[in-house]
Write a protein that binds this ligand. Structure first.
Ligand SMILES: [Zn+2]
Length: 421
């Protein structure tokens, strides 16, 4: 056994084995989790420093380089790399020895973190803003000119705030797309694109925390019950010696009351835990739940929130193949078709019909369409007044098109066919 061991382990008192230092293990596991969720090493280090977590080495806090070293350290999966000294430097020598240390993350987690790290390198997504301000970066494109949709922060003030906008339109290069307030867009996306299943992610964060707390309470109550039983046994023992009967029986009554209360509390907590484990998801059906989730996610970033936003961003990237944003609805497209048809023989009827559509403003409703890697397409037409309400949604799956609508529009299906083609 070598005393030289990873920072999250220590040699046991009898020097026969290694034992984990739970607090540090949790820190290391968090570093892996966050990396997998898409957080960069620089941000991980910064957040640890902000949270006042003491670094494992030195007095100058966490550095990106130490995070990198930890992520690459195979000791987390239990492997030991023997070293030798060459000219005063420690260099690796010989095969890695598996199962040498107690593993603290799974091999799968280790590999996923390596993967996430190298993906970030390739995509060049260096330092992310403090709170993953744009969940859709490098994903959204303009419905009219297919340019990238960019994030734009117009600062404070009445016309300030954050927007997404077609890059070409922003640079006045011939696209007429308008801006979409980022907050509204994000709210509509999160509330209606159920495929992202934000609930599963909230649950992972929230419920894991709740479950840990409940499990802690349950085991504390169980422990206390055991010690009360031991005390009662002792009291009975004293009783048998015939000494101070009154005192002992008072003591016993007191213990019985505590025992009753504890059993009651244990039952309640166990029941809560059961409910938590058997909860059936009704998240997207509950408008209030969705609303409070979106509000929470858009509140000024806290530590947990940062991680959650990073996880959502990473999940969106994993599931979504295309995201088309149409802030002016289909009006520009319809206009283009009319232009195209002008002068063509026998196109007058079609032109008249399309002009009617334009005049009725039916095509003006803004929307976005999400194409998933599995082939599903979901188009959402949010209400202008409230991003958490919609006028209609169109869902296409394997050639079948379904329509969810708050207002029945007989032309909507035909209209959505146009959109999908
Ligand atoms: Zn454009």
């Amino acid at each position: 056994m070598t005393a030289r061991c990873p920072a999250w382990l220590r040699l046991s008192a009898d020097r026969s084995s290694y034992e984990v230092i739970p607090k540090r293990v949790e820190i290391v596991r968090n570093i892996f989790e966050e990396t997998i969720a898409g957080v960069g090493m620089y941000s991980v280090a910064n957040r640890l420093n902000k949270a006042g977590v003491p670094a494992f080495v030195g007095k100058n806090g966490w550095h990106q380089s130490y995070i990198a070293k930890t992520l690459a350290n195979r000791a987390v999966i239990g492997e030991f790399q023997p070293h030798v000294k060459v000219d005063g430097d420690r260099v690796p020598s010989g095969e890695q020895i598996k199962g040498y240390f107690p593993p603290i993350v799974t091999e799968e987690t280790f590999c996923r973190a390596q993967n996430a790290k190298s993906e970030r390198k390739q995509s060049g997504s260096g330092r992310k803003g403090a709170s993953f301000t744009n969940l859709f970066s490098r994903l959204a494109v303009c419905a009219y000119c297919h340019s990238t949709i960019v994030f734009e922060n117009k600062g404070e003030g009445a016309k300030g705030g954050s927007y997404i906008v077609c890059d070409r339109a922003k640079r006045h290069r011939g696209c007429q797309a308008t801006r979409w307030r980022y907050r509204d867009f994000e709210a509509s996306f999160l509330a209606f694109v159920q495929e992202i299943d934000v609930e599963a992610m909230i649950n992972q964060a929230d419920e894991a925390q709740k479950r840990r707390a409940l499990e802690g309470e349950v085991s504390a109550a169980e422990g206390e019950l055991q010690s009360i039983e031991a005390l009662m046994q002792q009291a009975f023992g004293v009783l048998e010696t015939g000494a101070a009967v009154e005192f002992v029986s008072n003591k016993l009554r007191e213990l019985e009351t505590r025992q009753r209360d504890l059993k009651e509390r244990l039952r309640t907590k166990q029941h809560e835990l059961e409910l938590l484990n058997n909860r059936i998801s009704t998240f997207y059906e509950s408008k209030n739940e969705v609303r409070s989730f979106v509000e929470r996610l858009q509140s000024p970033a806290g530590e947990e929130l940062f991680k959650l936003r990073a996880q959502i961003a990473s999940r969106i990237k994993n599931l979504v193949e295309t995201l088309i944003v149409a802030p002016l609805g289909d009006r520009p497209k319809t206009k283009k078709v009319i232009e195209h048809l002008k002068g063509e023989a026998a196109a007058d009827d079609v032109i008249a019909h399309l002009t009617d559509r334009l005049n009725s403003k039916k095509d003006d409703r803004r929307y976005f369409a999400v194409g998933f890697r599995n082939g599903t397409v979901r188009a959402v037409y949010p209400s202008d007044a409230d991003p958490l309400k919609y006028h209609q949604q169109v869902i296409a799956r394997e050639g079948k098109i379904g329509l969810v609508s708050d207002e029945i529009d007989p032309e909507a299906l035909e209209y959505s066919n146009l959109l999908m083609s």
